[in-house]
Ligand binder design. Structure first.
Ligand SMILES: Cc1cc2nc3c(=O)[nH]c(=O)nc-3n(C[C@H](O)[C@H](O)[C@H](O)COP(=O)(O)OP(=O)(O)OC[C@H]3O[C@@H](n4cnc5c(N)ncnc54)[C@H](O)[C@@H]3O)c2cc1C
Length: 434
């Protein structure tokens, strides 16, 4: 739909048709979250649409990891979110305004490529367009083993919260964030063993909602979970060897799906639309445009697929790590940069073990690195927590050479101690990589 908006705006004389099996006032799920960074990637799109979108977004800085009795707050991220339906309806309105023809409640089973100049298969992870031309696109897919269900709630979360809970011998994580001033996404995930033991397979919608509300009772603070025809499922990781066939091209989830934990699927779909639009504008040949689209997008998409794969793997095994101390646990979660590699526990231990005692006077923690440095996330929460090395530090660290990492980690704790002893505001400390 975003491609339709961009194309029709640029070439008003073209007939642009969007076919959607859903009603105009329905979608699956609840809200979607974007990182601040993701929004900057979308700036090259439709300026009017972006202005309205930016105005509607919920915003916050922190990510909170809740584990046991601890809530570990990490800031310097910058997130925004919106209800899926609101985003879609914004697109509908903008498309209607420029004259895109939209046919809702129309399911497409097959498409005749000869009838169109260009066919954009943006029909999601169960794409019919992809399946119709499967021998050409060569799709692959696999199911992750974890189970998840996408609920909403009127408990309004201040930050993106990853809430890890043990309940009745099972391990659960909720991915929760507000997408409007009155409601939040509350996605519940667990390993398949936990899911089987809890008996979710035989529960109806109401029972499943009630059970999940009991698991997260202290986090929901009396609010209910809301279902939007929500059903337990496993995430489908899919991709295609080829992105186009003749005048048909795939975008969004039809092209590839990225695990929801990195909150990038919608952003990727919108970026695909922008890139495809640019490619189409750049030449009169559809086939050259589709080649250019793939050449421009593939390297970026592959990086994100890789990061999403790592993140998905982390969640597939989170239940094995639930016995770790909260802070240690939080360190191993990829809390800041979904696209950054994170050390596994053994690597982390080796890393920390390699730290030499710091020399006095080396100095230290950072506010100034923040926006201007190699990491653009403000690190003032480096100094929060229980006095251990904060995950944010490692995040910075992992972008640097081993020597720099060792140097940096070795200097953090003494600096904090000094600051505390001198009653100094720790957020004013500076981190020195020299
Ligand atoms: C649990 C979960 C949480 C997520 N959270 C986030 C998040 O926080 N942030 C984020 O960026 N991304 C998130 N994502 C990913 C995001 O939802 C998808 O990447 C995004 O919706 C992809 O957009 P799309 O337009 O390609 O596909 P979809 O949004 O799936 O849209 C496909 C459209 O095609 C229509 N359609 C399908 N088949 C047909 C047919 N045969 N005929 C006609 N119409 C058809 C459907 O009705 C639908 O309207 C999440 C995904 C999941 C599963």
């Amino acid at each position: 739909m975003y491609f339709a908006l961009l194309h029709k705006t640029a070439r008003p004389a073209d007939h642009v048709l969007v076919v959607d099996q859903n009603r105009a006032d329905a979608t699956y799920g609840w809200g979607v979250v974007f990182s601040d960074k993701a929004l900057t990637f979308l700036e090259g799109g439709d300026a009017r649409f972006m202005a309205v979108l930016l105005d509607r977004l919920e915003r916050w800085d922190d990510l909170t990891i809740v584990h046991g009795d601890d809530a570990i707050s990490l800031d310097g991220h910058g997130f925004t979110a919106i209800a899926r339906l609101e985003l879609l309806q914004l697109l509908h309105r903008h498309c209607a305004a420029v004259g895109v023809e939209m046919r809702f409640e129309t399911r497409l089973e097959r498409v005749a490529l000869d009838e169109y100049d260009l066919v954009v298969g943006s029909d999601g992870v169960h794409s019919r367009v992809r399946d119709q031309f499967a021998p050409y696109f060569e799709p692959t897919s696999r199911l992750l083993s974890n189970k998840y269900i996408w609920y909403g709630t009127h408990r309004v979360f201040d930050t993106l919260s990853l809430i890890f809970r043990e309940f009745d011998g099972g391990f659960y994580v909720a991915h929760a964030y507000r997408f409007s001033p009155r409601a939040s996404t509350f996605l519940v995930e667990c390993d398949v063993g936990t899911w089987n033991r809890a008996g979710f397979g035989t529960m109806n919608d109401e029972e499943s909602c009630a059970y999940c509300a009991r698991i997260f009772a202290r986090d929901l603070q009396g609010y209910q979970l809301m279902s939007n025809k929500s059903a337990w499922t496993s995430f489908i990781v899919s991709s295609n060897a080829r992105w186009s066939h003749r005048n048909a091209v795939l975008v969004g989830d039809a092209l590839r799906s990225v695990h929801f934990s990195i909150g990038s699927g919608t952003r990727l779909a919108l970026e695909d639309a922008i890139a495809l639009h640019r490619a189409i504008q750049s030449t009169n040949s559809v086939s050259r445009a589709l080649d250019a689209f793939e050449a421009a997008r593939r390297p970026i998409v592959e990086k994100i697929i890789e990061a999403a794969g790592r993140s998905a793997e982390w969640y597939e095994r989170f239940h094995e790590r639930m016995t770790m101390a909260p802070h240690e646990f939080a360190m191993l979660r990829d809390p800041l940069g979904p696209h950054e590699p994170w050390p596994d526990r053994a690597d982390l231990a080796a890393l920390l073990g390699a730290v030499q005692p710091p020399e006095r006077g080396q100095g230290i923690l950072c506010n100034s690195l923040s926006r201007a440095g190699p990491c653009d996330r403000a690190p003032k929460t480096l100094l929060r927590g229980d006095g251990g090395v904060h995950p944010a530090v490692l995040h910075h660290a992992m972008r640097r050479t081993e020597a720099e990492i060792v140097h940096m980690i070795g200097n953090i704790e003494p600096a904090m101690d000094d600051a505390r002893r001198n009653d100094q505001d720790v957020t004013d400390l500076q981190l020195d990589f020299a």
